[in-house]
Write a protein that binds this ligand. Structure first.
Ligand SMILES: Nc1ncnc2c1ncn2[C@@H]1O[C@H](COP(=O)(O)OP(=O)(O)OP(=O)(O)O)[C@@H](O)[C@H]1O
Length: 271
């Protein structure tokens, strides 16, 4: 089986700073692949390489067996959240319709089929109620659910997600993670899921790429999310604690922690 993503000897560097190098990895159809690491470790840049928006410094990358091309219909992309401008001249359903590949249906039934597909996607992400509201008037979480629907619209072979759960409440975090998991494990897309927190998707993740300090480790969560591996990656003693199926990492170096509030200082879940 041809891997959906294949990297060989891949390296990315800005100036003198190597984000990662000598990365060999194949990501398969139906695999949920999480990319974890502190701020600035190169997670978004990893997605940009797969999107053809960022050249590798060394090595090679292919998607579905071919050189990476920009704007590929094989790839669905949920970008890191940025709000739409208040005067964006699109309604919620227009955004989702942009993701639907109308060419799949014959001309005569095209409009109807596209409308039905858009309706079912809006329903999937719980956005039917605001389908006709202009994008700029929607909350951050509502906009985010539409981006998810748009990315799923073309049933992509490869689904790239950059922190897709940010600004979603717990209920919608669970709903959106389950949808992405369905696209992966039921519809056989390869999913690359960038996140600071593994816990919301811990039940779905097959393998992890953990980036830190110019180093990386690839493996199952059980192999990578350990005291030994993370201490080595951070070059500093951290403790990985597992409780009730969740992973808590304690003692991350200050420069790499993201406190949600003061109460979390020194403790970061699933990072
Ligand atoms: N085009 C570029 N030119 C120079 N430096 C860049 C460029 N793109 C990214 N960088 C740098 O590379 C590093 C990694 O950036 P990236 O956005 O991939 O990190 P990240 O792991 O996604 O971080 P975060 O968790 O904060 O989103 C950052 O220090 C960033 O400033």
């Amino acid at each position: 089986m041809t891997p959906v993503v294949s990297l060989r000897g891949a390296g990315l560097q800005f100036g003198q700073r190597a984000l990662w190098k000598d990365l060999d990895v194949d990501i398969l159809a139906g695999e949920f692949f999480a990319v974890l690491g502190p701020n600035g470790s190169g997670k978004t840049s990893f997605l940009k390489v797969l999107l053809g928006l960022q050249q590798l410094h060394s090595g090679t990358v292919t998607v579905a067996g071919h050189a990476v091309e920009r704007g590929s219909r094989k790839i669905g992309y949920i970008p890191q959240q940025k709000s739409f401008a208040p005067d964006t001249p699109l309604r919620a359903r227009d955004l989702v319709a942009l993701g639907v590949d109308g060419h799949r249906w014959g001309l005569r039934i095209k409009a109807k089929a596209v409308n039905q597909r858009v309706d079912s996607l809006l329903d999937l992400v719980g956005a039917s109620d605001y389908a006709r509201v202009p994008l700029g008037q929607l909350s951050g979480g509502e906009q985010q659910r539409l981006r998810v629907a748009q990315a799923l619209a073309a049933a992509p072979e490869l689904l790239l997600c950059d922190e897709p759960l940010l600004s979603l409440d717990l209920h919608h975090q669970q709903a959106v993670s389950a949808l992405i998991n369905q696209q992966c494990h039921e519809r056989n897309s390869a999913v690359v899921f960038v996140t600071h927190e593994i816990n919301p998707v811990i039940d779905y993740v097959d393998r992890v790429l953990y980036l830190a300090g110019g180093r990386f480790r690839v493996g199952t969560p059980e192999e990578v999310m350990t005291t030994e591996v993370l201490s080595e990656l951070y070059n500093s003693r951290v403790e990985v604690i597992r409780a009730n199926g969740r992973i808590v990492v304690v003692g991350l170096p200050d420069a790499t922690t993201h406190y949600h509030d003061d109460a979390h200082a020194g403790v970061e879940e699933g990072h």
